[in-house]
Design a protein around this ligand. Structure first.
Ligand code: NAP
Length: 289
């Protein structure tokens, strides 16, 4: 496959690494990223074959033969990036994105693409780390992780986008953008805010000695519960901004659950608390294998 990746950070850079390292060895990857230094680094780590901040530097023959272009910029830059690129891409090319929200992206992206006779299908590879930028790119980031592809009548485009993500080991789910945003608010966007508020709550400890001891004792449990709250702040802000209603709804549900726990502890209802925790112990399997 000939692939273009726009935005060579954690997600774009990692995708390029996997494609170029694939056993079939039949991919060619060109990249575009804002900073020339990022482009140089992406070539150096074999995430792309060629890269430049400008699409004008990608040879016309390469563009002509490209099967798919993946937009991997921050959420706020996805639509402007598509709008700037599509007039320079050959007609009928398939474009997808990796944005963590889909509702405010897919419909406008489709409109922009159709104006220039391009095709668009949204995706969201559900994989990440706490780090960002090309230096954070890693091999096998996507292996065995779920990836959402947004439903579309363009069967051929869906099949192409599906085969791209399957080729890096992802499990594919198709759903509409609104369903995606509501579900992802529950299991990804709200947890970022909940995990962040846990870190913030710990940092409120005024007794410096206790704070110091807590920081020294924090181990695997705290590492697990604080991981997503310690991630890319711009990404967290954009999740909330672009998926505001669903994130608020999930956080309000969480607030209610937390209040139940507070009430049980305040009222010393230890048996009920254990039952509550037995339910969550049983139900976790439905989310995490
Ligand atoms: P990242 O590591 O910060 O990388 C973003 C890349 O986009 C960088 O190459 C950066 O370029 C470029 N960029 C930044 N601002 C830009 C702008 N205004 N216009 C054009 N390019 C710009 O971020 P990421 O974690 O890979 O996230 C990228 C996308 O993946 C986001 O849409 C996010 O929602 C989605 N996503 C993230 C995760 C995650 O956990 N991180 C998971 C799934 C999906 P330079 O370095 O060249 O400046």
């Amino acid at each position: 496959m000939k692939v273009g990746i726009v935005g060579l950070g954690l997600i774009g850079g990692s995708l390029g690494l996997d494609l170029l390292a694939s056993e079939s060895n039949d991919h060619y990857v060109w990249g575009i990223s804002r900073s020339p230094e990022t482009c140089k680094q992406a070539i150096a780590i074999a995430s792309v074959n060629i890269a430049s901040p400008s699409i004008d530097d990608i040879p016309a023959q390469v563009l002509e033969q490209t099967d798919i272009v993946i937009i991997c910029t921050p959420i706020a830059a996805i639509l402007p990036t598509i709008a700037a690129l599509v007039p320079k891409l050959p007609a009928q090319i398939i474009i997808t994105d990796v944005g963590s929200v889909k509702g405010l992206i897919v419909e406008p992206a489709l409109e922009i693409c159709q104006k220039y006779h391009q095709r668009f299908v949204g995706s969201h590879p559900m994989a990440g780390t706490a780090f960002q930028g090309i230096a954070a790119a890693e091999l096998n980031l996507f292996r065995d992780r779920p990836c959402v592809i947004t439903s579309s009548d363009d069967i051929e485009a869906v099949a192409k986008v599906r085969s791209l993500w399957e080729s890096v080991g992802m499990r594919i789910y198709e759903c509409c953008p609104e369903e995606h945003d509501r579900a992802v608010a529950m299991i990804s966007h709200a947890p970022v805010m909940i995990s962040a508020s846990l870190i913030a709550a710990c940092q409120k400890q005024e007794d410096q000695k206790i704070l110091q001891i807590a920081q020294n004792l924090a181990s695997s449990g705290f590492r697990d519960t604080s991981r997503v709250g310690g991630g890319n702040p711009e990404l967290g802000r954009l999740m909330a901004e672009y998926n505001r209603e669903a994130v608020l709804r999930s956080l309000q549900e969480y607030q209610l659950s937390l209040q139940v726990i507070i009430d049980l502890i305040e009222n010393k209802q230890w048996q009920e608390l254990e039952l509550f925790l037995a339910d969550t112990q049983r139900d976790r399997q439905f989310y995490v294998q």
